[in-house]
Design a protein around this ligand. Structure first.
Ligand code: NDP
Ligand code: MG
Length: 383
C-alpha cells in the first residue's frame, strides 16, 4: 500500500489526484489533505476517504471544518496553516507527498517532506522555480525521488527511462500556445480575465490558466526542466504544438528523439508519478491515429509573449532572479484577475522587477522568503 498526502487537494490537480486514488484503492491510501478556503470540498473528502488529517490555511475555514468533525464525531484531526502543511507532508504514515498547491507557498513543506524522506510527486512548479538548487540538492542528499506531475516533465521523465541524463542533447518542451496563439501585441491590449482563462486544451486552476496564456507557464516549465533534469538552458527548446498530444520529447546525442504521446488528461502523469516505477491500467481515452491525421509544430513568438523570454533570462541569471520572476508573476496575475491591471501590465511589471533587484547567488530559503515578501510589497504599493 502507498500512503499519500496531498497538499492542495481541492484544486484542479488535487481533484484529479483524488480520482486516481479512487480508482486504485487496492494499493493507494489517502492519509492527509490540505486546502486554503474550500471547506465544503474538504468535508466531502473526509466523508469519502476518512482521512487521518486535514489542514486548512484560512482561519475561518479551519473553524468550519473543525466544528464539522466535532459535531459529526469524525476521527479526522484538523490542523491549521503552514505548521499543519508541514505536519501532513512529514508524518510517519505517509510515503509520498503530492504537491498540488499553487504558488511558492509549497517550497517549505516540500523541503520538509524531502528531509523526512518522503518521495515527492511534484505539480507545484513554482517550488522548483524559486528553490530548484536547494530542493534538488536536498533530494539527492536524502536519496529522494522527485517525480514530475507536470505533463511535459512527466513525458520527459518517461522518455528518459533506460537512458542516461548525460546522453541528452536537447529537451524539446512542447507548449499548446494557449488561447492567444497567433495574436499580435495590439490584439492583447484589451484582454479580459475571462478571455485569458479559456484554455483551448486543459481545464486548470486560474493562476496556471493565466500563465498559460502569457507563456509564463512555459517559462516556469523551462526552469523546472533545468532543475529536474540538470540540462543547460541552451539545450531546452520550446516547441508550440497546439494539439497537446506530444507531451514533450528528448533528443539524444545520437540524434534519436524519443517522445511521449497520449490524450491530454492530467490523470495520466499523476498516476505515473504516484505509481512509479510501476505502470497501471488507466481509463484515459486511447489515441486514435486514424482520426488525428495531423500534428503541428511551430516556434514560440517570444516578442509578443515576452514572459517566456524573461523566464529564460531569469533562469540563466540563476540565484534569486527566478524568485523575483515568480513572485512578480504571482502578484501581477492576482492583480490582473482582480481587474486592477491590464493584461500586458503582467509582463511589464515582471520586467520592471527583474531590472530593479540585484542578484543573490546561491540564495538560502530565508533569502528566497525575504525577497518574495519584498517583491510583493513593492508591487502592491506601486499598482
Ligand atoms: P488550483 O488553483 O486549482 O488549486 C490550488 C490548490 O492550492 C487548492 O487546493 C487551493 O485551496 C490551494 N491553495 C490556494 N492558495 C493556497 C495558499 N495560499 N496556501 C495553501 N494552499 C493554497 O491550482 P491547480 O491545481 O491548477 O495547480 C496546482 C499546481 O499544479 C500549480 O503549481 C500549477 O502550476 C501546477 N500544475 C497544474 C496543472 C493543471 O492541469 N491544473 C498542470 C501542471 C501543473 P482552495 O481550493 O481552498 O483555494
Ligand atoms: Mg505543463
Amino acid at each position: 500500500m502507498k500512503n499519500i498526502s496531498i497538499l492542495g487537494a481541492t484544486g484542479s490537480i488535487g481533484t484529479q489526484t483524488l480520482d486516481v486514488i479512487r480508482s486504485e484503492k487496492d494499493h493507494l491510501s489517502l492519509k492527509g489533505v490540505s486546502a486554503n478556503t474550500n471547506s465544503e470540498k474538504i468535508i466531502e473528502i473526509i466523508e469519502e476517504f476518512n482521512v487521518e488529517y486535514v489542514v486548512m490555511m484560512a482561519p475561518k475555514s479551519y473553524e468550519v471544518v473543525k466544528s464539522y468533525c466535532l459535531v459529526n464525531n469524525k476521527s479526522t484531526k484538523v490542523l491549521y496553516g503552514m505548521e499543519g502543511l508541514i505536519y501532513i507532508a512529514t508524518m510517519d504514515s505517509v510515503d509520498i507527498v503530492v504537491t498540488a498547491v499553487v504558488g511558492m507557498i509549497g517550497l517549505v513543506p516540500t523541503l520538509e517532506a524531502i528531509k523526512a524522506s518522503k518521495d515527492i510527486a511534484l505539480a507545484n512548479k513554482e517550488t522548483l522555480v524559486v528553490g530548484g538548487e536547494i530542493v534538488t540538492y536536498e533530494a539527492k542528499k536524502n536519496n529522494i525521488k522527485i517525480l514530475p506531475v507536470d505533463s511535459e516533465h512527466g513525458a520527459i521523465f518517461q522518455c528518459l527511462q533506460g537512458n542516461k541524463y548525460e546522453d541528452i542533447n536537447k529537451i524539446l518542451l512542447t507548449a499548446s500556445g494557449g488561447p492567444f496563439r497567433g495574436k499580435s501585441k495590439e490584439d492583447l491590449v484589451n484582454i479580459t480575465p475571462n478571455e485569458a482563462l479559456k484554455h483551448p486544451k486543459w481545464n486548470m486552476g486560474k493562476k496556471i490558466s493565466i500563465d498559460s496564456s502569457t507563456l509564463m507557464n512555459k517559462g516556469l516549465e523551462v526552469i523546472e526542466a533545468h532543475w529536474l533534469f540538470g540540462v543547460d538552458y541552451d539545450k531546452i527548446k520550446v516547441i508550440v504544438h497546439p494539439e497537446s498530444i506530444v507531451h514533450s520529447m528528448v533528443e539524444y546525442k545520437d540524434g534519436s528523439i524519443i517522445a511521449q504521446l497520449a490524450s491530454p488528461d492530467m490523470r495520466l502523469p499523476i498516476q505515473y508519478a504516484i505509481n512509479y516505477p510501476e505502470r497501471k491500467n488507466s481509463r484515459i481515452k486511447p489515441l486514435d491515429f486514424y482520426s488525428i491525421s495531423q500534428l503541428h509544430f511551430d516556434k514560440p513568438d517570444m516578442d509578443t509573449f515576452r514572459c517566456l523570454k524573461l523566464a529564460y533570462e531569469a533562469g540563466k541569471s540563476g540565484g534569486i532572479m527566478p524568485t523575483v520572476l515568480n513572485s512578480a508573476n504571482e502578484v501581477a496575475v492576482d492583480l490582473f484577475l482582480n481587474g486592477k491591471i491590464s493584461y500586458l501590465s503582467i509582463e511589464r511589471i515582471i520586467e520592471k522587477c527583474l531590472n530593479k533587484y540585484n542578484n543573490i547567488q546561491k540564495p538560502t530559503v530565508e533569502n528566497i522568503i525575504e525577497v518574495d515578501k519584498d517583491v510583493r510589497e513593492y508591487i502592491r504599493s506601486t499598482y
